[in-house]
Design a protein around this ligand. Structure first.
Ligand SMILES: Cc1cc2nc3c(=O)[nH]c(=O)nc-3n(C[C@H](O)[C@H](O)[C@H](O)COP(=O)(O)O)c2cc1C
Length: 191
């Protein structure tokens, strides 16, 4: 590897950047493929690839906005609130849906291992975005469980996890609170 220090520095400096702090340009097709390639390097027991990504760009952003507005109305929000949710759907230059495809009947790999792979995949995706100079944030909310939203993104047996908002960061993210230290999560298992 050319520069291990640079890799580690990139991993240690990644922070989520919310959609309101993202501007054009978003990643192009080549850069999105690199992010997907990074996701495919997540640990994956038996190589099941229990995830896929769906890129929302161009005219598809308007379709997502309509879905968000419908989910908001069905959740009892007012029309102005539904319009705010619709606007949110189009705030990031690129949105990437994260879709899990968990094989619940797999004889070797239980579902929790497949979910661990999905987490690794979306994390690798975000780290690759960061390494390429983009900002991003994984988002979900109650609307991911709205039947019309699930149906719009998922085939049978799939689960919509949420969306990664992607774009060029317009300001450095400020961390809301400090992260726990390594000592909080790394201990010796007693003999
Ligand atoms: C599957 C998933 C869904 C998430 N959904 C939301 C969300 O809807 N809203 C939100 O503010 N953060 C959400 N988060 C957390 C953010 O993506 C982010 O990780 C968190 O704000 C911490 O920031 P950091 O990544 O800079 O440490 C979600 C994270 C994951 C893994």
């Amino acid at each position: 590897m050319a520069d291990r220090t640079a890799l580690l520095a990139a991993l240690l400096s990644r922070q989520s950047v919310g959609a309101k702090h993202l501007a054009d340009p978003g990643p192009d097709a080549t850069q999105l493929r690199l992010m997907a390639d990074a996701a495919l390097h997540a640990p994956d027991h038996a190589g099941l690839v229990p995830f896929r990504f769906a890129v929302v760009r161009g005219a598809a952003r308007e379709r997502l906005a309509q879905l968000f507005a419908q989910a908001a109305r069905d959740a009892g929000k007012s029309e102005p609130e539904a319009q705010i949710d619709a606007e949110r759907a189009q705030r990031a230059p690129i949105t990437v849906a994260v879709i899990a495809r968990i094989d619940l009947g797999h004889t070797l790999v239980p579902s929790h291992e497949q979910w661990a792979c999905v987490g690794g995949a979306l994390t690798n995706f975000l780290n690759a975005a960061h390494a390429l100079g983009f900002g991003g944030k994984m988002l979900s909310g109650a609307k991911v469980r709205h039947p019309a939203v699930q149906q719009a993104f998922c085939e049978s047996g799939e689960t919509l996890v949420g969306w990664i908002a992607l774009g060029t960061p317009v300001k450095s993210p400020s961390r809301g609170g400090s992260k726990p230290g390594a000592a909080d999560v790394l201990t010796d298992w007693p003999a």
